[in-house]
Design a protein around this ligand. Structure first.
Ligand code: ADP
Ligand code: MG
Ligand code: MG
Length: 909
């Protein structure tokens, strides 16, 4: 069968449906779906994403069959709408809209009122008897077409848009204060002026032929897939370029036909906090992007009830039907034309982390979805937002009492942020690169600001509502945002902002604090404080039952734990860290780094003494001083962890990392251990290595200095005895680092086991323990079978394994790795997310070989990757027993593990 490139929708029947997102794009697929569930949608058709792919593969040409299909679909639209495209008496107008698979808010350009020219305008006027409306539509069309298709734009960020300049000029000349004061004559003149400006600025004539207009607009949508904004957005959101966009051509309905018409956007629930309430904004006598563009500040949706109860009730019904049909919170766009409601778009609504969890939990209670679906509804990174800081309420109240509240805007993206003010994206990005924390302040944001928004802690705008570009993108990025802060007077040229009647002039680089949960904007820095969930779990300053947010979190996490197989451990080497991790749900410690303990108090002196000793006796003497410290550390950690497994890694870093660097320190040390400054300097020099990462570290230390291994093993086992007597039957897991050959391991293992026997005898306590190793050198992965003959567990050290597989030092990669991502040599930073095709193959091999030898070999991962959702999924699929990550990532890893398990079981089929 030949390919079908165009899909019609309208009059209660569509050729597509919601499942065809890949082909029709999100917008096209959902327009079709809304038609199928009998919602009022103006007729139209979708040109598929395959045409976009074809377009870029074939020197920007269309498939030959396309034209015929478009004409046929257009004829159907004409029949449905009872008007004819280009007809002078009864013209059909259309919009041309982009629509990729994943929604890309504001990334692509939409053209409205297409089909108007000097002749069809007359027909429209006769038909509607409303010349002002018709000329307003014409004016908008020429403006959008001139901008998007013919590319007449301002050339830099300080310049005013050329069309807006013409409008402002006329407004001044006529003494108007509002666009609504324009007469139809004014608007007619504006059209002519626009056309002249287009000709002058671009050399192109504005096309009068509607067919030419249509193909021009279609081409512009396809070309916009490759524009700068779209490229940046795709990169930030990992959207592949191959997907392409669809084009939707749809019969126009008019929200600008007068006071009984209007347009709006809404969410079926509150996207900020998840409350089950209708949430949105509208404007009467307005068209298209007016609501989101922030030019006029829109009204809350509830006021539509007063404006027109009938339409409001109809919308409420649509809201219910959409949720019943999609089983999710939806984001809708609608237009009212002379009291008749039309749906123009719907999609699954973007939401904040707190809202995502609340909606998921509520919808399970409302029986709209099952538990597993609820788990799949929350992105692991969104959990971060529940753990994000808030302002200290007292401090904030004080600041407000002292008059430092500059203004209040809309609470568009919850959380607290504090940083230096920058007024454009360029300056913001540069400041961020210098290491500053920034707040991006704009009158309103547009897609050009994406980079700056991404670089900022928070975003503040003076115009636009809860569904403005700034609010939408901030929510998606998980940024703090205060939008529509009307009193702010922002001056881009002077780079200042102020509020009438307030004594402050905030300049570029000044600190402000914004509260995205309340909309407050405060001058100066405010301390931030842990979130409510943290206050319940960690600080214990709020009781669980007193926090609603915590209640929802708690419920959600019980479902998460019910549906996961992978265990989650934490990387911690202090008792308080370990305690936090347990509060976050950690089921054990996957990596306790003993070297961190060496820096506490004055222990470092004994460590240095040990390193500097020339003979074994000297080292032993120093180690004896360290032993009680280490033992106490382990006792405390075991007490916090109760019976949970604890994996302790023996000393790993090269010894010179512990030595003093400054002259003063060296002198002090010399006195303390009774040697000379020169002796110490000599020793430091002798420990110098050309490539420490591959040098004298890991088990190599324990091989040169077996007494270190012995002391550490003794500290662990003696601590085990201590807690055993308290009733905590811990089973310590001792981990030998940096093994490349099984014989290295065997040597260390023998010391550890011998020490265990001794301690058991001395203390008369019997305990169990495991000895295992890290798999972090490729040779260890390759010889995993031999190593598993002796080792009782493996733990992948994916940081080193990645370094050594790539031959790439992580700490030195900062200067060149970004270019690898930019040039798409690598899709992602392999230190952030496991390199499945390289490092992953080694891991898979090691798991297989290891378990061939030892069926019940316990395997985990303790690299940074253990808290990264995609890597967690990968580990789940590899059949690992656990992942280990930093305490604050534990909830995220739990969720990622549950999602991997549900997905693996074939969800949603
Ligand atoms: P975006 O992808 O940026 O949301 P849209 O294609 O949804 O762009 O178009 C933006 C706005 O233009 C819509 O929200 C709607 O208000 C208006 N619009 C688009 N098509 C039509 C139409 N056929 N009739 C009336 N308004 C339309
Ligand atoms: Mg758009
Ligand atoms: Mg839209």
């Amino acid at each position: 069968m030949p390919k079908k490139y165009v899909y019609y929708f309208g009059a209660g029947k569509a050729e597509g449906d919601a499942k065809m997102k890949n082909l029709l794009g999100g917008k096209g697929a959902n327009l079709a779906e809304m038609v199928n569930i009998k919602l009022p949608v103006p007729a139209g058709f979708t040109i598929t994403t395959e045409v976009c792919t074809y377009f870029y593969k074939n020197h920007k040409k269309y498939p030959p069959e396309l034209k015929k299909e478009v004409l046929a679909a257009l004829a159907k639209v004409e029949r449905t709408m009872g008007a004819k495209f280009g007809d002078v008496k009864n013209p059909l107008l259309v919009s041309v809209r982009s629509g990729a698979r994943a929604s890309m808010p504001g990334m692509m350009d939409t053209i409205l009122n297409l089909g108007l020219n000097d002749k069809t305008v007359e027909g429209m006027i006769k038909k509607t008897k409303n010349p002002r409306f018709v000329y307003d539509s014409y004016r908008r069309f020429v403006q959008m077409y001139g901008d998007v298709v013919l590319d007449l734009k301002s050339t830099d960020k300080h310049q005013v848009d050329p069309f807006e300049e013409i409008i402002e000029h006329r407004k001044k000349a006529k003494g108007y204060t509002d666009d609504l004061e324009f007469t139809s004559e004014d608007l007619k003149d504006l059209v002519a002026e626009f056309k002249t400006a287009i000709k002058k600025g671009t050399g192109f004539d504005f096309p009068d032929d509607p067919m030419e207009q249509l193909w021009g607009a279609v081409g512009a949508v396809f070309r916009s897939w490759m524009n700068d904004r779209a490229l940046v957005y795709r990169k930030l959101n990992n959207i592949p370029v191959e997907w392409g966009t669809a084009v939707n051509v749809q019969a126009m309905v008019f929200g600008n036909m007068g006071d009984t018409s209007g347009t709006g956007v809404a969410f079926t629930r509150n996207p900020s906090n998840g409350d089950n309430e209708f949430y949105g904004e509208f404007l009467m006598n307005a068209q298209g992007e007016d609501v989101v563009a922030g030019i006029r500040t829109p009204l809350p949706i509830i006021q539509l009830k007063k404006e027109n109860k009938k339409v409001y009730d109809q919308l409420e019904k649509v809201r219910k039907n959409l949720e019943l049909h999609y089983h999710d919170m939806m984001d809708i766009e609608f237009t009212i034309q002379e009291e008749t409601l039309y749906m123009l778009q719907c999609r699954v609504g973007k939401r904040t982390g707190p809202a995502a969890i609340k909606i998921a939990v509520d919808m399970v209670r409302e029986k709209l979805i099952k538990e597993k679906e609820a788990v799949m509804r929350v992105d692991p990174e969104q959990l971060n937002q529940l753990l994000r800081p808030i302002f200290d309420l007292k401090e904030k109240d004080n600041a407000i009492k002292n008059g430092r509240l500059l203004a209040k805007g809309l609470n568009a993206g919850p959380g607290a942020a504090c940083g230096k003010v920058y007024f454009n994206s360029y300056d913001a990005v540069n400041a961020k690169a210098r290491g500053e924390k920034i707040i991006l302040v704009r009158i309103e944001t547009s897609p050009e600001d994406i980079r700056g928004m991404n670089a900022s802690e928070g975003i503040l705008t003076s115009r636009g509502g809860m569904t403005s570009h700034a609010a939408l993108v901030a929510r998606q990025m998980g940024k703090v945002c205060v939008a529509g802060c009307g009193p702010l007077e922002i001056d881009y040229l002077l780079k200042t902002m102020k509020v009438d009647g307030k004594p402050y002039i905030v300049k570029e680089g000044d600190y402000i604090s914004i509260d995205g949960s309340t909309g407050e904007v405060i001058v100066d820095q405010l301390e931030t404080r842990p979130s409510e969930v943290l206050q319940v779990l960690i600080n214990k300053t709020i009781k669980p039952k007193d926090s609603k947010i915590y209640g929802v979190y708690e419920k959600f996490m019980t479902w998460v734990d019910k549906h996961r197989r992978l265990k989650i451990r934490t990387n911690a080497d202090q008792p308080d860290q370990s305690e936090n991790a347990v509060a976050f749900g950690a089921e054990g410690i996957g990596l306790c780094r003993t070297e961190h303990m060496f820096f506490g108090g004055d222990r470092i002196d004994s460590v240095r003494e040990m390193i500097l000793a020339y003979r074994e006796e000297g080292r032993k003497k120093a180690l004896e001083k360290l032993l009680p410290y280490q033992r106490l550390d382990f006792v405390e950690i075991f007490r916090v962890m109760k019976q949970r497994p604890v994996t302790i890694r023996l000393l790993d870093p090269p010894l010179h990392e512990f030595l003093p660097h400054t002259e003063i320190e060296i002198r002090k040390l010399a006195v303390m251990i009774g040697t000379t400054v020169d002796e110490i300097k000599y020793k430091i020099n002798s420990l110098h290595e050309f490539n420490p990462m591959l040098g004298h570290r890991g088990c190599r230390l324990g091989i040169s200095f077996p007494e270190i291994t012995e002391m550490q093993a003794r500290a662990i086992f003696e601590a085990t005895c201590v807690v055993h007597k308290e009733g905590i039957k811990v089973i310590p897991e001792i981990m030998v680092p940096l093994i490349s050959h099984v014989n290295e391991y065997k040597l260390q293992e023998a010391i550890i086991r011998r020490t265990a026997e001794q301690v058991m005898k001395e203390k008369k306590v019997k305990f169990n323990y495991l000895v295992g190793t890290m798999i972090e050198i490729p040779r260890a992965a390759i010889t995993a079978g031999a190593i598993a003959q002796s080792a009782e567990f493996f733990s992948f050290g994916t940081n080193d394994l990645t370094q050594m597989t790539y031959g790439l030092s992580r700490d030195d990669s900062g200067s060149f790795l970004p270019a690898y991502i930019e040039n798409e040599i690598l899709q992602r930073d392999p230190f952030e997310s496991i390199d499945v095709d390289g490092v992953g193959i080694l891991m898979e091999f090691a798991v297989r070989k290891g378990r061939e030898v030892r069926k019940d070999l316990k395997i985990g991962i303790c690299g940074e990757h253990g808290g990264e959702p995609d890597s967690v999924e990968y580990c789940h699929n590899l059949g690992l027993d656990y992942v280990s990550c930093s305490p604050f990532r534990v909830p995220i890893a739990r969720l990622a593990a549950a999602r991997a398990n549900i997905k693996n079981a074939g969800y949603p089929h």
